[in-house]
Design a protein around this ligand. Sequence first.
Ligand code: DQA
Length: 146
Amino acid sequence: MSSLLILNGPNLNMLGVRQPEIYGATRLEDIKANCVAHAEALGISCKFEQSNDEGKLVTLIQDARGVHDAIILNAGAYTHTSIALMDAIIASEVPTIELHLSNIHAREEFRHHSYISRVAVGQICGFGAKGYLLAIDAAAGLSEIP
Ligand code: DQA
């Protein structure tokens, strides 16, 4: 594991001001700084991106093919709607860890279904901003998963 893509979907640029009672008070730029530092400590280089645009996220996932060893994806609301993101993960052939700040299974029923889960190695949710660091640790250990 030497190169990681951390990808954030719609509305995650609003972290810190958007429903802090659900998503916490940490801003995305602080999460980014923590991720880069944590990955570096593990000897992993890390690219961190956010887009509100489904097509841009598809392109970023496609472009990860042969470039990044793993993707950590918080697809936001596209998690529950996007066959295009699911297909892009399959096409990229890059092991993908699904991530959510909130516990989507304890929330509204429409958040219980995830297209990403069908193709992800696993899912981390409910641990707030700390989940990003847990996901980096999971990515670092991917080669030990059968
Ligand atoms: C989210 C959960 C999604 O259901 C929601 O649409 C988001 C954020 C999370 O990180 O908890 O935008 O992915």
